[in-house]
Design a protein around this ligand. Sequence first.
Ligand SMILES: Cc1ncc(COP(=O)(O)O)c(C=O)c1O
Length: 441
Amino acid sequence: MSAAQTEKARALVARFGSGPEGEFAPSGMRVGKIAEQYGTPFYLYSSEMITERIGRVREALGTEVSYSVKANPSLAIGQLVAAVPGAGAEVASSGELAVALAAGFAPVDIIFAGPGKTDDELGRLVDTGIFADNVESLNEIERLAGIARAKGRRVGVGLRINPTNQLMGSQMRMGGTVSQFGIDQAELATAVERVLAHPELILRGVHVYTATQVFEPEPLLDHCRNILDIALRTADLAGEPLQMVDFGGGFGVPYFDKLVEFDLERFGAGFRELLAAHRADPRLAGCRFIFELGRYLVADAGIYVTRVVDVKEARGKTFVVTDGGMNHHLTATGNMGQVFRKSFPLLNLSRMDGEQQESITVAGPLCTPLDSFGSDLTLTTPKVGDLIGVFYSGAYGYSASNLAFLSHPTPAEVLLHEGEARLLRAAGAVEAVLMGQIPLT
Ligand SMILES: Cc1ncc(COP(=O)(O)O)c(C=O)c1O
């Protein structure tokens, strides 16, 4: 791990309201005490950082912001977002829809995306009366219309379009190339025609989400310009103004070495200018402009905290083995879509200053070499019992992990909120592994 990665972790320590020395103590609460109270490993989130980030995004973009619940479906985090004016939810399953509703999002502020919605899911979103089902195929338009008709209800529809032009400068693409996501731009006219043919469907507008981990503002602005062109063409085809343009998002989080913060203010300035040039267009009169963001809103507000169980030397290398690993945090072990494994910023939270040791491997407890947070790390010399913090862990952590693998207890989730460390979800019990299992006799 480079010095730059350590610097990123230290900058986050300060944002969590902790001093740089000794034990990590966000807002004066010692991490060791939180660990004693709720057990290790656990996820630690900061409500202040989440609320602050959403406010900054809203101000920079001047649009609505839909929280992609998949990034972190914690109910309390949903509640924090729902309390921000102009914030909505983007959900991708009935479970996420349930979280969004329980968190207090109004149905009119919920949109639903995902290429494999079942009839049951379509039925639920129709019943709930959400703002838009962002349909991903011509078939889905027909299925949705049939389900709404059978229920005697109308439902809003966004067309998720896979644009012909690729968004450049991203790290992971989900469109612009041939994929299972969205309706090909070449089929836009057919899609509009199909929606308008069904009186139960209300054409809300268009949705484009093609990539994540985008860092470069200029290509992203070009992409937004292209989305607006698609939107205007859609309005022309429909012969009516659009009610929604959803620009997707995919703003990057600088997890790895050589990645730097996405320049939100620079992108925002360009975007506001772009939007200002379109606002007066009658085809967009009364239109809701939306960015849907997951990791950018919550990743930096979370730390995965795991305790050192063993430290050993082998052939000149130091191996630090912790009580949680890929089973709780698949993303940080590089097992979720990384081609070359790179490490997140890590710190020894029990002793943040002191003698630094290089060439450390931090491995989780699983019986697979895949279970490692990094193999060339520099940390304050770890001792058994120390707490290791994996930063940028607020998104795609708990819910994106293979929690049942090797049957360890699941981690707790704790929120730093109004000067307290509030338990959001208790750690699983050892016996929980048997829950729901039906014995033969
Ligand atoms: C349709 C859609 N919207 C939003 C997101 C959130 O992406 P990110 O967390 O990179 O902001 C995703 C991620 O897969 C997605 O598929």
